[in-house]
Design a protein around this ligand. Structure first.
Ligand code: LLP
Length: 431
């Protein structure tokens, strides 16, 4: 079943999230609002877990860190992959078992490591010698041994967008592949460190299996070499990165090369061949299709032969089109009958780059109409800002016929309360 789907009522089609009409959500919570389907999150978590078999699935909180999203997946048994102290606080607040938390990231600070040690998390994916030394000291000071996987850089091109490619030698991530063996040997000697294994993550929005395969093979070779050298490598963290088709015929369309079943089979084969515990860090695949951004048309204007539909969301709510040229499907909530004509969907922000979609064939849109931006559940709300002093979109979760506000829109008082005038500015202005 599709969790966002059109229903027919008296000849008029209307888009629903599970059993809730999106027009109803706009009435109750206003626009712009992110809308997440709880059933979609659950179904996607279960499908992923089934496909990869016996593995610890740590949902990557960076994709969508809303507490209700973490809790929804946590209730299903998911662990969480974090990259900051803030994400750790969220994972703990969502009641994720610390043993199921993996801490990744190239710039963990000492304070963040200390916070994680005090919480007793399950694994640190360490990305440099300096980080390892600091973690060892902090752990030893506490009489602990931090469970560590070395994140290695396999120098594999993930063939994805340049800005989200992380496994090439020129990228900042991971430990240089040919340094990994020596560092592993050093780490295994350190008080304060308990070596568990290796980790990789070569990029996000991968749409082909071959780069995963190449990276897993390289990781396997290193794992076997380490074991031959007498080291224990009990766990392999294969990262995230599984892409989603943003549209059936859009630029990210599933091209037949990559699907969940093939990815799952590759993970299971890797586990069998290397006899290691497997951790995975999917973000986008889990949350992306489970969310959309609901927005209202402010007005429609024509400039030359361009028809612009100006909506009440903008690049501050969903940065992906402006930042990566990303393509998201646009659908009207209640499509008008008649011919579909090309329009540009744009936000109110004072930048020409504030374009959500270009030349999309859509049925006629008028001021007050609602439209949605699909597949916005991952890297949507988390990347929002308050640029132009705009209040970022609210967030709503739907379950069956229920809907709940899970992150209210800020109001102006809350916005103003963030700024503080220095005391030398508090006098009256010149007349
Ligand atoms: N693990 C690590 C170490 C990562 O760096 C990432 C994503 C993930 C897991 C999750 O990857 P996923 O399964 O979601 O592909 N803002 C960009 C995506 C940035 C991804 C960063 N790292 C976008 O909107 O496309």
């Amino acid at each position: 079943m599709e969790y966002f789907h059109y229903r027919d009522s008296a000849g008029q089609q209307e888009l629903f999230a599970e059993d809730v009409a999106l027009s109803r959500i706009a009435e109750r919570f206003g626009t712009p609002s992110y809308v997440y389907s709880s059933a979609a999150l659950v179904r996607r978590y279960r499908a992923f877990s089934e496909a990869v078999g016996d593995a610890l699935v740590c949902y990557s909180a960076k994709a969508n860190d809303n507490l209700a999203v973490l809790r929804c997946l946590g209730l299903e048994g998911a662990g969480v992959d974090i990259v900051s102290g803030g994400e750790l606080a969220r994972a703990l607040a969502a009641d994720i078992a610390p043993a199921k938390i993996v801490f990744a990231g190239v710039g963990k600070t000492g304070a963040e490591m200390a916070q994680a040690l005090d919480a007793g998390i399950g694994q640190y994916n360490v990305e440099s010698e300096q980080e390892l030394e600091l973690l060892a000291t902090l752990a030893a000071d506490r009489g602990l041994r931090a469970p560590v996987a070395l994140r290695v850089n396999p120098d594999v091109d993930a063939k994805t967008h340049d800005k989200i490619s992380t496994g090439r030698a020129k990228d900042k991530f991971g430990i240089e592949f040919n340094q990994a063996e020596a560092l592993y040997a050093r780490a295994a000697q350190m008080d304060g460190i308990a070596m568990r294994g290796l980790a990789i993550h070569i990029g996000s929005q991968l749409t082909a299996l071959a780069p995963f395969e190449a990276a897993f093979v390289r990781l396997g070779e290193l794992c076997l070499r380490l074991r031959a050298g007498g080291h224990t490598v009990s766990h392999l963290d294969l990262g995230g990165g599984l892409g989603i088709p943003y549209a059936e015929d859009g630029p990210d369309a599933e091209d037949g090369q990559l699907n969940l079943a093939d990815y799952g089979a590759l993970v299971q084969r890797t586990k069998r061949d290397l006899e290691a515990g497997i951790t995975l860090e999917p973000g986008r695949w889990m949350a992306g299709p489970a969310g959309l951004l609901l927005t209202q048309v402010i007005r429609v204007k024509r400039n030359g032969n361009k028809q612009f539909v100006i909506v009440d969301m903008a690049m501050n709510d969903l940065l992906r089109p402006a930042l990566y040229g990303a393509w998201h499907d646009i659908q009207p909530v209640a499509p008008r009958p008649g011919e579909a004509l090309p329009v540009d969907i744009v936000g109110p922000i004072c930048e020409s780059g504030d374009v959500i979609a270009t030349d999309r064939a859509l049925p006629e849109l008028r001021a007050g109409d609602l439209i949605v931006v699909r597949d916005a559940g991952a890297y949507g709300a988390v990347m929002s800002s308050s640029y132009n002093s705009r209040m970022p979109a609210a967030e709503v979760m739907v379950r069956d016929a229920d809907s709940a506000l899970i992150r209210p829109r800020l109001d102006y008082d809350a916005m103003l309360a963030r700024d503080v005038l220095p005391d030398w500015q508090t006098g009256p202005a010149k007349a």
